[in-house]
Design a protein around this ligand. Sequence first.
Ligand SMILES: [Zn+2]
Length: 132
Amino acid sequence: MKNVKTTPACPCQSGLSYKQCCRRFIEGTHTAETAEQLMRSRYSAYVKKDTDYLLLTWHPDYRPVSLNSEDLLNHWIGLKIKHTHQGTINDSIGKVHFIARFKINGKAHKLEENSSFEKTKGHWFYLTGKEF
Ligand SMILES: [Zn+2]
């Protein structure tokens, strides 16, 4: 008998299933090893409106005091990583240049940002982003 059970694709559009990709980081069973993994998992957390994870992965010097899931966008439609600089398993800083697309009132918009990340005590954190 053929197994037809499908696993949902990861919102970050890595081509992997959510389970194999960002869920591991969002649920805390694994630690993101690269800045790109952390960035992708944060995008997926925005899609899932997981404000706890967003705050947890935001550097304490830069994160907002609180995040309200009702203030987050509703219709994310895709993520494309354009370029990464450092941010590997051997680095302690890194940058990820990405384009995230979303819809507001049916109209598509994009956010293009070069985000900075820093690794502290084995964990990557999002610092700030420079928008284009
Ligand atoms: Zn993912």
